[in-house]
Design a protein around this ligand. Structure first.
Ligand code: HAS
Ligand code: CU1
Length: 564
């Protein structure tokens, strides 16, 4: 009775986070990530119009150049949005799956370290000091605050990973002999992969870029920097993809009323990613001199191996969907597809994400082949590829997750399922159209990262002469602008909506996963994650050791350049 004297608004506020204080920090991570995406995505249509031959940059006083815009676009969309979202998502899901609470002091410290880093890097870019794009290849030299800021964001992600490992170890102590629940297992392996994979980027920034940009050393070896960058730069794409896979495996089948067809196969997929995500980075450096073709070929071959877990995923998730569709009455070869839960925005966003990944993955296999890479490398084909992968498969999945996660975290209703559906379809169509244009222009040898809408008189007509692909690229970008407006209306509409305080928590849609008692032995072997981790470190050392040794013992330092 005494409670009724407390004003409703006060009572409700505290109720939401009392049982699960990790919800609040997760919300902060997720919202910060999405705000970064909003800014980054609004710059996207400008890049698309550039490739349609329309130079919008000349009318924008707040962006000094195409390269400043492209740096902001890339850094915010693929480094900031992803890392913030993932630190929230891959902290919350293992916590709920293990029924453990992360250290709140640690989680908030991580959040504020990352915010500090974001602030530093953001100011450095906006002040026009660091137009070095999201790959920051030397000898282009940015401000030290740019490198330090991004390093702090990465440090935050590593601390989150360590916190998840700590939670898991404590769960193991309390549950001796038990097998880790599948959702927590997937998150744990993703973090272990990242804790190893990030070594390259961390050493590049700490030992090369920071001392150089602070003026402590007079030069840096571009080949060494690039090799360390791609040591992390390839596995980072799985650091973005696997959190989407967590949702595809652990929740998505349930969202259409089905179950995951195999628990052990899912764990096998994640072990594969742990083993083979990292020793493949040289497939970004096929054209770099100073690395022997033999090692490039080894990485090319290992890349074919890292496509295997995604092919298994296509099979497992496809089978889970087909089973659900047939149980809903679907008949014939494809008749189960219309029987899926297409009215639900969270389901639809993720289904469209998967569909786009079929084409993104196929393009990746083209990139990875030694010979074909020479045709597409450094052309617009490559951004075409990654707008289907990270831009569609990953981003649309995160949209779909947000459609249930925001209501779960805040006890507020999704602003509009209809609008959420429309934003997902528009994003999907926009990205498909844009990517067809970009792949096509790439085959016509249009270079990536080039201000082609502003060529000097003697170069006009040298590239971008395909009218149809040019149109598709630009038109795709315009569709995406509408998708962004709709999505963020739903996002902020939900966030600022009224709290439905007397309802129970919106449930996390955990999907049941099929396993038989005879699977127990293999599941136990798979649960020895540190042995798998050690094995992966060994493969990485073997695949990179000779190349890194050769480069380090033959370094050639060059001074920095600022071309803006
Ligand atoms: Fe990539 C370049 C090779 C996957 C991102 N990639 C990039 C860059 C980025 C990127 C950002 O080998 C540019 C970096 C830069 O700035 O220079 N990539 C691959 C390969 C894969 C691959 C082999 N990439 C990704 C993913 C990314 C990503 C994932 C982000 C998240 N990539 C390369 C190479 C380069 C490259 C070279 C360098 C190019 C160069 O020259 O610079 C593989 O992992 C792909 C395997 C995927 C599949 C698809 C499986 C399909 C599934 C969907 C099933 C659908 C269902 C739906 C079930 C085999 C799982 C049913 C639906 C219904 C509606 C019923
Ligand atoms: Cu890669």
């Amino acid at each position: 009775m005494a409670v009724s004297s407390v004003p409703t608004s006060v009572r409700v506020k505290s109720d939401v986070y009392v049982a699960h204080p990790e919800k609040k920090v997760t919300l902060y991570f997720v919202v910060t990530g999405f705000v970064a995406l909003l800014i980054g995505a609004l710059i996207g249509p400008l890049q698309a119009l550039n490739y349609a031959g329309i130079n919008v940059y000349q009318y924008l006083p707040f962006l000094k150049s195409y390269y400043q815009g492209l740096t902001l676009h890339g850094v915010l969309n693929v480094l900031v949005f992803t890392t913030f979202f993932i630190c929230g998502w891959l902290l919350y899901i293992p916590a709920r799956s293990l029924d453990k609470r992360p250290s709140m002091a640690m989680a908030w410290t991580i959040y504020w370290i990352m915010m500090g880093g974001l602030g530093m890097a953001g100011v450095a870019i906006i002040a026009n000091t660091s137009n070095v794009l999201y790959t920051f290849y030397p000898p282009l030299m940015g401000h030290w605050a740019f490198y330090l800021g991004l390093a702090l964001v990465v440090v935050g992600s590593l601390l989150t990973g360590i916190e998840v490992v700590r939670m898991w170890l404590s769960w193991k102590r309390e549950n001796p002999g038990k097998i880790t629940p599948l959702p927590a297992y997937m998150c744990l392996l993703t973090w272990l992969m990242w804790l190893l994979a990030s070594l390259g980027l961390v050493s590049e920034v700490v030992f090369l870029l920071l001392p150089w940009s602070m003026g402590l050393v007079d030069g840096v070896d571009p080949l060494l920097a690039r090799t360390l960058f791609w040591f992390t730069g390839h596995p980072i794409v799985y650091f973005w993809l696997l959190p989407a896979y967590v949702s595809w495996y652990a929740m998505f089948p349930k969202q259409t009323g089905g179950e995951l067809v195999s628990d052990p196969l899912t764990r096998l997929v994640f072990i594969f990613f742990l083993l083979f995500s990292t020793p493949v980075g040289l497939h970004h450096q096929f054209s770099d001199p100073g690395i022997t073709p033999a090692w490039k070929l080894v990485h090319s071959t290992l890349t074919s191996l890292v496509a295997v877990p995604s092919l298994i995923t296509a099979f497992t998730i496809g089978a889970s969907l087909e089973k659900a569709g047939r149980e809903n009455g679907g008949r014939g070869l494809l008749g189960w597809i219309p029987k899926l839960n297409w009215r639900n925005a969270s389901f639809t966003a993720q289904a469209l994400a998967m569909f786009s990944f079929i084409f993104g993955g196929a393009g990746g296999v083209v990139n990875a082949s030694f010979g074909l890479n020479a045709v597409v490398h450094n052309t617009t084909w490559v951004p075409g590829h990654f707008h289907l992968t990270v831009g569609s498969a990953v981003k649309l999945s995160f949209f779909g997750i947000a459609f249930w996660l925001l209501p779960n975290l805040t006890r507020k209703k999704l602003f509009s399922n209809g609008m959420a559906l429309a934003s997902s379809w528009l994003w999907f169509v926009g990205m498909m159209v844009f990517s067809v244009g970009m792949h096509w222009q790439g085959i016509l040898a249009v270079p990536r990262r080039a201000h082609v809408s502003n060529l000097s008189a003697n170069l006009v007509g040298a590239y971008s002469d395909g009218v149809i692909p040019r149109f598709l690229t630009g038109f795709g970008g315009v569709i995406l602008l509408f998708a962004v407006i709709l999505f963020f209306t739903v996002f902020f509409g939900t966030l600022w909506g009224k709290r439905v305080h007397n309802e129970d928590e919106v449930e996390i849609p955990w999907a049941p996963a099929h396993a038989t008692p005879s699977n127990n032995r293999i599941l136990k072997v798979m649960d020895h994650v540190f042995i798998w981790w050690a094995f992966s470190a060994f493969i990485v050392a073997a695949a990179y050791g000779p190349t890194l040794f050769n480069i380090i013992t033959n370094t050639m330092r060059v001074p920095g350049w600022k071309l803006w």
